[in-house]
Design a protein around this ligand. Structure first.
Ligand code: JFZ
Length: 432
């Protein structure tokens, strides 16, 4: 009898907390939400940073899973972790010079190691040779450069004993075979509370790893309500590759433009939420000494332009070494993008997707009565666009010179600047 009353009480409490969680998320109007997300959409371009103990292994951030390393075998990366070249101000300057406006750092990746000084674990940077809270230094350095700071947090945990039953991945990582998932969720929410109360105003929380246990009850509504309550301005996104859940503010596409699925992760299609693509400079997120498949800077610029043309953001990753250095191949690419943005940023920052939907040749963005036609892959000297009746003139962005514009059978034929077909982007400004 007593047990039944207790159960009933627990059920009532759970229902009450769920109802209040939904209310927290649900009371915001669309207009309020749009206002809250404006800065983020205006920013368009952010820096993703994958950094952890796996950086020391230098063989991809999934090394513990890929090489079936148990906790004892992985311990050496903890013992060796000594990022004596870590200079977050340098990272922040690199981000700024790249034209990035916000950043997201892996505070805890799948390996379970925390870069911050959490009360709820010993598996943290404070207990390594670093002896300090690295998240705090990141936050301070990026903020000083005027960038917004966000936190990546892995729901999946290959180390915590209460992450049980284990999911699809990390099965050979020497797990104990027991644990209490409800207790894990308490731990997780306690850590999120630390992240949202110890570091000032946070841009957002970027979740990952839910795909490891898609059918588990993560009590997402409670976690999301907690975030929105602690920091009403923070944005919530989760890289679960599914249609976004209530309480999420943006939809993430991994290694693909929104709606595309060349990587095989993104089967969900585009939702009504604001969008973000996250991508790598080579093939790995965490530092991988064997991965030298660095992308052509021109393609990186084109990815940024294409995401903007889809009214989406680009979160572009660096994987610093365990010592804390940004690999030279990454740094030079960031500088190239930054140099391009310093000249062409007007057609990216603060824009929204343009009136002509994305095409194979390129995309359009728009701002303040101007349409920016980004011609990315088209070698002819003119282009045919669907008519936008309010357009009165076409101008070459680079030189400010007028370009011929003719109406023809419900289309606009726009002359393109020649001799620059090889450039990452040829921008034509259409004036209204
Ligand atoms: C995830 C992480 O696993 C990865 O390490 C990185 O942090 C990235 C941003 O996000 O990437 C995934 C997630 C799921 C799959 C593959 C890569 N999956 O389900 O195949």
């Amino acid at each position: 009898m007593l047990r039944r009353t207790q159960l009933l009480l627990a059920l009532v409490l759970l229902t009450v907390s769920q109802v209040s969680a939904q209310k927290m998320i649900g009371t915001e109007t669309d207009a309020q939400k749009e206002k809250r997300m404006e800065w983020w959409k205006d920013d368009r371009f952010g820096m993703f940073i994958h950094w952890g103990m796996y950086s020391g292994a230098a063989r991809h951030e999934w090394v513990k899973h890929n090489e079936k390393i148990d906790n004892a075998g992985y311990q050496k990366y903890f013992d060796q972790f000594n990022p004596d070249l870590f200079d977050p101000q340098k990272w922040a300057r690199e981000a700024k010079a790249a034209g990035m406006k916000y950043a997201v750092l892996t505070t805890k990746h799948h390996e379970g190691f925390c870069l911050f000084d959490s009360k709820y674990t010993d598996y943290k940077a404070t207990n390594t040779h670093a002896k300090r809270d690295l998240v705090k230094e990141y936050v301070e350095a990026f903020r000083a450069q005027g960038l917004k700071v966000g936190f990546y947090y892995s729901l999946l945990d290959w180390h915590h004993p209460d992450y049980y039953p284990i999911g699809r991945y990390g099965r050979a990582a020497g797990r104990t075979g027991g644990g209490d998932f409800a207790r894990y969720l308490v731990f997780m929410n306690a850590q999120l509370t630390e992240l949202l109360t110890h570091y000032g105003q946070i841009g957002g929380i970027w979740f990952d790893g839910m795909w490891d246990k898609p059918d588990a009850d993560w009590h997402l509504d409670e976690t999301y309500a907690l975030i929105h309550r602690l920091q009403p301005g923070a944005l919530v996104g989760s890289n679960h590759h599914a249609t976004p859940y209530p309480g999420e503010d943006f939809q993430i596409f991994e290694k693909d433009l929104p709606g595309k699925n060349t990587a095989g992760f993104n089967q969900s299609g585009i939702s009504a939420l604001p969008l973000e693509t996250c991508d790598t400079l080579n093939d790995s997120w965490g530092f991988n000494a064997r991965d030298n498949k660095f992308k052509d800077p021109k393609d990186i610029i084109r990815t940024l332009v294409r995401t903007s043309g889809q009214d989406a953001n680009l979160l572009l990753n660096i994987g610093p070494t365990a010592m804390g250095e940004v690999p030279a191949e990454a740094a030079t690419r960031l500088r190239t993008v930054g140099a391009w943005l310093s000249k062409h940023g007007e057609a990216i920052y603060g824009t929204r997707g343009g009136p002509i939907s994305p095409r194979s040749w390129g995309v359009t963005t728009q701002k303040d009565g101007r349409i920016y036609v980004h011609v990315l892959e088209w070698s002819d000297s003119a282009i045919v666009l669907p008519d936008v009746p309010t357009v009165t003139a076409a101008i070459d962005f680079e030189t400010g010179r007028p370009l011929a514009l003719k109406r023809l059978g419900g289309n606009m034929v726009v002359q393109l600047p020649t001799g620059r077909e090889d450039e990452a982007d040829r921008i034509v400004v259409l004036r209204r």
